[in-house]
Design a protein around this ligand. Structure first.
Ligand code: R5P
Length: 259
């Protein structure tokens, strides 16, 4: 990896622990004013001191996040659809120049393996990888799962490996049984876990613990943090699992103590 690419990645994955807690708040790009993000700044700004990186769109960033904040930005570069239509029908919405203006530490798009627009989303990823290689900006590939797909190691391993083969520098995928097989399919490319729909806090911490134990470098969680009844406590609890190797019970106490 070139110096700039490696340096940007080191801003996201803490070199001391080799781990990362990314906060995903990009849901509005297809879900609109998602529960918890209606006033995005009010929810997200108190969480920033505990986030190793923030995954967000350029519009949300410019509207709700202060310019002097010192959090690495993972810039969502894809969109073009909504929850009312076919989700895999995405395009790249941003120029690389705007990612540079924003000082993005990474750029990201979703890939829908098995989706109606599979080929187009793989082409989107390839375009971002070309941008990334040109400018030294790592690319996080998100393995989005269409409604007909099963979230198992076979499917997620297939989707993740295709993203690796396309040149992605980091993979975001879902928790599943035998998660270590997904990690293995990605070789040396770091893997982070997407949280998915809101579940109870203990189950979300168990999910984070499972992927860390199976080789993920961290998590990129959204709703299970910002839709919690104690978002700051929850992100601190997730950090304890990811960075400090705490047990689920120890981390759960951290979540509860801040209530
Ligand atoms: C979905 O495509 C978005 O990229 C979200 O960032 C992602 O789903 C992670 O958020 P959550 O943990 O809420 O699933």
């Amino acid at each position: 990896m070139d110096w700039g690419m490696k340096n940007r990645l080191s801003r996201i994955i803490n070199p001391k622990t080799g781990k990362c807690v990314m906060l995903a708040v990009d849901h509005g790009y297809f879900q609109g004013p998602t529960t918890g993000l209606r006033n995005l700044g009010k929810t997200v700004n108190p969480l920033l001191p505990y986030a190793d990186a923030l995954m967000i769109t350029r519009g949300a960033l410019r509207n709700w996040i202060p310019k002097d904040v010192n959090v690495p930005i993972v810039l969502r570069m894809s969109g073009g659809q909504s929850i009312l239509k076919e989700l895999s029908n995405e395009i790249i919405t941003n120029s690389i120049k705007d990612a540079v203006r924003i000082n993005a530490s990474a750029i990201t798009c979703s890939v829908y393996i098995g989706g109606e627009y599979e080929k187009e989303t793989i082409a989107n990823l390839s375009k971002l990888v070309d941008y990334g290689e040109d400018y030294g900006i790592p690319v996080l590939a998100v393995t989005a799962v269409g409604k007909d797909m099963v979230r198992d190691a076979r499917y997620l391993g297939l989707a993740s490996r295709i993203c690796v083969e396309m040149g992605a520098h980091m993979i975001k995928t879902y928790n599943c049984d035998n998660f270590e097989e997904v990690v293995e399919a990605c070789g040396n490319v770091p893997v982070v876990m997407a949280g998915g729909k809101k579940i109870d806090e203990k189950s979300a911490l168990e999910m984070a613990k499972n992927v860390i134990d199976k080789g993920a470098v961290g998590v990129d969680m959204g709703r299970n943090i910002f839709q919690s009844d104690n978002p700051v406590g929850m992100i601190k609890a997730v950090r304890a699992v990811v960075h400090e190797g705490k047990s689920v019970d120890e981390a759960y106490k951290i979540y509860e103590s801040g209530k």
